[in-house]
Design a binder for this molecule. Structure first.
Ligand code: ADP
Ligand code: MG
Length: 261
């Protein structure tokens, strides 16, 4: 567990939380068959928020963020993303997926496509962006994550940290309004964690709305404006990082923190 996410100064000037709602979740419940995995989730996320979702394994963190971009269906309650209600209407699902980027633990790059092709595929085929423009955008974001020189290689030729930065660049090529991260550094060797966290910090500095499932509590302290603690499918507690870490309220949060810090 790295205590500090980064050793550089973080520019908070653009990390402003607006009054505009990015995501609204009301009384949302989800079952896997008979298993009640998410219970009465209420959550309002404002534009510009950096939220860290913490909690023990199996508490429903991945399921929650997968529900937000409709990778999983919920059965009760509502999820509204940037004003669009998530329903079974495929048009809505397409709209939400194009506005919400997602980065997974295992990168999920297409192994048979080059880095550049990974970054241009969805913009060209889903967004109908002209190929030349898609390639320029891809190079822009590959420069941003500091690996433009890898553009013509295949994912298997890159380190884990580089692949994860490609995955972030690939998401950004779709110009998302919101970014979801599901344990983006959990599969990485320690020396590569920092380069991925630095990329995420830069996104935060640019004002991106971010929900991050992570065990990197240094990142939570330095970057999050809110930490949400989940256990057994519920949001048990949420607070600003200082309060969350120094003054946890529930016994479940205290137990969790005693185990990871
Ligand atoms: P977390 O990300 O916090 O570790 P998950 O959201 O992955 O938790 O899982 C929450 C619970 O739901 C776990 O008990 C897990 O075993 C169960 N679960 C996850 N995915 C499925 C699935 N597709 N079918 C049935 N149960 C699932
Ligand atoms: Mg998970």
């Amino acid at each position: 567990m790295s205590e500090l996410a980064t050793d550089r100064n973080i520019d908070r000037s653009r990390m402003q939380v607006s009054d505009n709602v990015a995501i609204e979740i009301n009384n949302m419940n989800k079952w896997y068959g008979a298993f009640h995995v998410l219970r009465d989730i209420d959550l309002t996320v404002y534009e510009g928020e950096r939220i860290v979702i913490a909690g023990p394994s199996g508490s429903g963190k991945s399921t929650l963020i997968r529900c937000i971009n409709a990778l999983e269906e919920h059965q009760k309650g509502s999820i509204t993303v940037d004003g669009t209600v998530l329903s079974n209407d495929l048009k809505n699902i397409d709209k939400i997926r194009s506005e919400v980027g997602m980065v997974f633990q295992h990168f999920n790059l297409f192994p048979h496509l080059t880095i550049l092709e990974n970054c241009t595929l969805a913009p060209i085929w889903v967004r109908k962006v002209p190929r030349k423009e898609a390639m320029e955008t891809a190079m822009h974001f590959l420069e941003k994550v500091k690996i433009p020189e890898q553009a013509n290689k295949y994912p298997g030729q890159l380190s884990g940290g580089q692949q994860q930065r490609v995955a972030i660049a690939r998401s950004l090529c779709m110009r998302p309004k919101i970014m979801l991260f599901d344990e983006p550094t959990s599969a990485l060797d320690p020396e590569m964690i920092k380069e991925v966290l630095d990329t995420m910090i830069e996104l935060a500095e640019e004002g991106m709305t971010m929900l991050c499932v992570t065990h990197e509590m240094g990142f939570a302290r330095q970057v999050a404006n809110r930490v949400i603690f989940m256990d057994q499918g519920q949001i048990v507690e949420q607070n600003e990082p200082e309060e969350f870490f120094n003054n946890p309220k529930s016994d479940r949060t205290k137990l969790f923190l005693s185990q990871i810090l």
